[in-house]
Design a protein around this ligand. Structure first.
Ligand code: GLU
Length: 479
């Protein structure tokens, strides 16, 4: 059987890995691993005008964070580096020239001004923007080239190489997820393959690389469907076997619009900085186009990567995914936090707040108090800040309560064994003895200790803070 090789091919043209690319990476990774195949990362950095500095490093860092590690590197030994298209320029040029030689591609000397003018005219006539084929005559199969254009060539004017798309017939393929897809050739543009700067376009580079890297399954988002017939023509012209194509759903907002950086948090680093756990994000993304089968699973929406690997079938992905709902992701992240054992959660919290250097001893003690209440790691500190610092402000003015707080400080002073139980008992006795209104009294204590009306359980919090600190906080309201 042919070995399974999949890839993701992110372009370093954004801040980081797009969450949609994380989804694509996930299904490529799972599919490769399920079939004992290889998962490859290729950086598509041929659009030099859109490169963003540091983007490649951030993409690789995010993949590592998700645990979606590539299986192959162009260099053996040394630190990992991905395939990079900018390091493979000679290859693309070679195949572009090969296509020209066979008459399947041609030189085009049209100036940007002419192309712009052409586009405008097409637009005004309501036609789709397409190259009008003026330079097609230079193709070796069409030696009758207009003299003027032939002259441009001999003068070595700037040129691009374009795909010579036949204007009859259809180009079709069978997509694992979507079935048969067919395009009329006359509607396919004579795509630029090699730009005047010598760099290939995406269309040429993707085909050359997928072929040379022996990619068996091209699994990517639906936005690339309309590019696929161009790719297929290149494969056919070069006499190469086609890979299997699968176009998954793109992520959409609840209003069905495309997830875009103008409206949504789309970069993986945003999710990391918000304290989402990578396992929870992958679990949530898995559900974007697929759900675990009823048989052989408990039908739960929460599953590990290993479980997904057992049950996932590429052909079961639905072509249109449900909406990407941040609220649901938050809920799921909370579920993952609750499933995490306390020592691991402590390590995650310490790491998340590493700049703050939180004392491990306190973090460890607070975890049982907050584990049920947080959805993201970033929810931790707003809930527990008062353990590390005295409240800087209080949500309620406590001056009318200072006599009660003064009584409480005296009463708590007598607690010998400072445990949550004993603290609770002591406070209840005081309330009963003095006839305080219980809810008012406890609200005042909560505010005095934590600064807030809502906090983790009070007795336990007081135990962790220690007797001296609790009494000091109470005293600040009457001394
Ligand atoms: N460079 C393309 C991207 O940024 C890759 C598309 C493909 O997978 O063919 O997503």
């Amino acid at each position: 059987m042919k070995s399974i090789r999949t890839r993701i091919a992110p372009s370093p043209t954004g801040d980081d890995l797009h969450i949609g690319n994380v989804y694509t990476a996930l299904i490529n990774y799972i599919f490769a691993k399920q079939n004992k195949g290889k998962f490859i990362v290729r950086i598509e950095d041929t659009d030099r005008t859109r490169l963003v500095k540091g983007s490649e490093e951030r993409i690789l860092k995010s993949l590592r964070w998700f645990g979606l590690d590539p299986d192959e590197s162009p260099e053996v030994g040394g630190p990992y580096s991905p395939y990079r298209q900018s390091e493979r320029l000679e290859l693309y040029k070679k195949y572009a020239l090969e296509l020209v030689k066979q008459g399947h591609a041609y030189y085009c000397f049209c100036t940007p001004q002419r192309l712009e003018q052409m586009r405008k005219e097409q637009q005004s006539k309501g036609l789709p923007p397409m190259y009008d084929g003026l330079c097609k005559q230079l193709s070796t199969k069409n030696p009758a080239s207009p003299a003027g254009r032939q002259e441009l060539r001999t003068k070595n004017e700037k040129y691009v190489i374009r795909l010579n798309v036949p204007n009859v017939g259809t180009t079709q393929f069978t997509d694992i997820i979507r079935g048969k897809i067919s395009f009329e050739n006359k509607l396919i543009d004579d795509q630029v393959l090699l730009k005047s700067d010598g760099f290939p376009t995406y269309h040429l580079a993707v085909v050359v690389d997928d072929y040379l890297m022996k990619i068996s399954h091209v699994i990517r988002a639906e936005e690339w469907i309309s590019s696929t017939p161009k790719h297929i023509l290149i494969y056919q012209f070069l006499g190469w076997p086609l890979p299997i194509f699968a176009h998954g759903p793109i992520l959409r907002n609840p209003d069905r619009s495309k997830l875009s950086k103008r409206k949504n948090p789309v970069w993986a680093s945003w999710y990391r900085e918000q304290g989402f756990l990578p396992e929870a994000i992958l679990n949530y993304l898995a559900l974007m186009g697929w759900s675990p089968p009823a048989s052989g699973t408990d039908g739960s929406e929460i599953f590990t990567l290993d479980e997904m690997m057992k049950h996932f079938k590429l052909e079961d992905i639905k072509p249109v995914g449900p909406a990407f709902d941040l609220k649901k992701l938050e809920w799921m992240n909370g579920e993952y936090i609750r499933k995490t054992d306390n020592p691991k959660l402590m390590a995650q919290i310490l790491d998340f707040y590493k700049e703050k250097k939180l004392p491990e001893r306190i973090v460890q003690k607070t975890i049982p108090l907050i584990k049920e209440r947080i959805k993201k790691l970033s929810d931790y500190l707003p809930l527990t800040e008062f353990f590390f610092n005295r409240p800087a402000k209080y949500e309620v003015d406590l001056s009318p309560k200072s006599p009660q707080l003064s009584q409480l400080a005296q009463s708590l002073n007598s607690v010998e064994n400072w445990t949550a139980d004993n603290i609770g008992k002591n406070m209840q006795e005081l309330v009963a003895k003095k006839g305080y209104k219980s809810s008012d009294f406890f609200m005042a204590v909560r505010i005095a200790i934590t600064g807030k009306k809502i906090s983790p359980p009070l007795n336990e919090s007081m135990e962790i803070l220690g007797k001296e600190e609790v009494i000091t906080r109470l005293k600040s309201f009457f001394i």
